[in-house]
Design a binder for this molecule. Structure first.
Ligand SMILES: [Mg+2]
Length: 391
């Protein structure tokens, strides 16, 4: 709340002077003190003034001393002090400013000038108080929001497959998930079926809270489609996912929310050397003997889009030792490097080509380090997800 009725403390040992000042400043609420001790008592109280007009020559403590004490005390240091005194020599004036005063008025004073100076100082003080209140408000709101998002992050990370499960079903793998904000729009999902291992990497539209909301939908729908309905063909999984996203978010050509996700779905057959892949914008990379094979995803989002053909299901043969990579666009889209440009798909693929022979945990630290180095002082532009699996 803005204090519309500022209070001025008048400090002078002369009652006549106090009366004149009171009269001059009659449009403000004034409090009077006839010596330094009284002045300090008021300045340290709960109802401290917004401005102090302080005489210098007083019995007991002089104005300089009072000013210094008030300026060194946490409670009173922000109250502006104007000296109002008969001392007109420059040495005294200088001493006044050195003691911490904001202005110096000599007696006898010009009434209009005094009023103008008081008004200026009060305007500044009120604006500063208002700023302080706003800063406090912003900090409080910010803390509430951050606390709430941090709790949401716990729920989100509980929805992801647990590390022990992943170690068991994919003995050689790594996952680099680096949300741009606290919660993430990128997520991964793994289901271990009797004869197949289904691995999903997804990038929901947007990041932060809206992205995270969508990711929770994604996790729930995948449970439904794969876990409950036992759909295991990657293209069918994405077809079904798109149908549910459009349906449950009531998307049509006119709807405002056309969000969804880009996704890559991999199915590894356990009892043969076959793997299946389908993707919406996100490709699969296979590295074998220093060569990279790119399995192209379809250019159709998992949401309402211009084309709604079924997704392409790719069937391939794999060899033991093949390295498979699923990833969102966050890593290649990161700005940085020597020319402050995006790493791009080419830079990202070269990085994998150079390092795919290392053990998976080593690759993870290489990619993490490289990302931080590339990003440098830039902000992270998007959520980052890279999954590597060695078969
Ligand atoms: Mg992304």
């Amino acid at each position: 709340m803005t204090n519309i009725d500022p209070t001025i403390l008048l400090v002078d040992d002369s009652v006549v002077n106090l009366e004149i000042l009171k009269d001059t400043l009659s449009r403000y609420k004034t409090i009077i003190a006839t010596n330094g001790d009284e002045a300090m008592e008021i300045a340290f109280s709960r109802n401290k003034p917004d401005l102090i007009l302080l005489d210098i020559v007083m019995p007991g403590m002089d104005g300089y001393e009072v000013c210094k004490i008030l300026k060194s005390n946490e409670i009173s240091k922000d109250i502006p002090i104007i000296f109002i005194t008969g001392q007109t020599d420059s040495e005294s004036i200088l001493k006044g400013f050195e003691a911490g005063a904001i202005d110096y008025i000599t007696k006898p004073f010009n009434i209009l000038e005094l009023k103008a100076r008081v008004k200026t100082q009060l305007t500044i003080k009120m604006a500063r108080d208002q700023n302080q209140r706003l800063i406090h408000k912003i900090r409080t709101v910010n803390k509430k929001l951050t606390d709430s998002i941090q709790y949401a992050q716990k729920i989100q990370s509980a929805s992801l497959p647990q590390p022990e499960f992943l170690e068991r079903v994919m003995p050689e793998h790594f996952i680099m998930l680096k949300p741009r904000d606290i919660v993430s729009g990128d997520f991964y999902w793994v289901e271990d079926l009797e004869d197949k291992l289904i691995i999903v990497a997804a990038d929901c539209t947007r990041h932060g809270v809206p992205g995270a909301f969508m990711s929770m939908f994604g996790v729930a729908y995948l449970h439904e489609i794969v876990g409950k309905n036992k759909t295991t063909q990657p293209a069918e999984i994405i077809n079904e996912l798109r149908r549910i996203v459009i349906d449950s978010l009531k998307q049509d050509e006119e709807s405002e929310i056309k969000d969804g996700m880009d996704i890559s779905v991999l199915s590894i057959h356990k009892n043969s050397d076959v793997l299946e892949f389908a993707g919406a914008f996100n490709n699969l990379l296979i590295l074998r003997n220093n060569e990279m094979q790119i399995i192209q995803a379809d250019h159709m989002p998992v949401s309402i889009g211009e084309i709604d053909k079924p997704y392409t299901n790719h069937t391939l043969n794999y060899q033991s030792g093949d390295c498979l990579y699923l990833y969102s666009d966050g890593y290649p889209s990161q700005f940085g490097g020597p020319n402050d440009k995006k790493l791009m798909q080419k830079g990202f693929r070269n990085l994998l080509l150079e390092n795919h022979k290392y053990p998976m945990p080593d690759q993870l630290s290489i990619y993490k380090k490289f990302f931080d180095m590339w990003k440098g002082i830039n902000d992270q532009v998007d959520d980052v997800l890279v999954m590597g699996i060695r078969l």
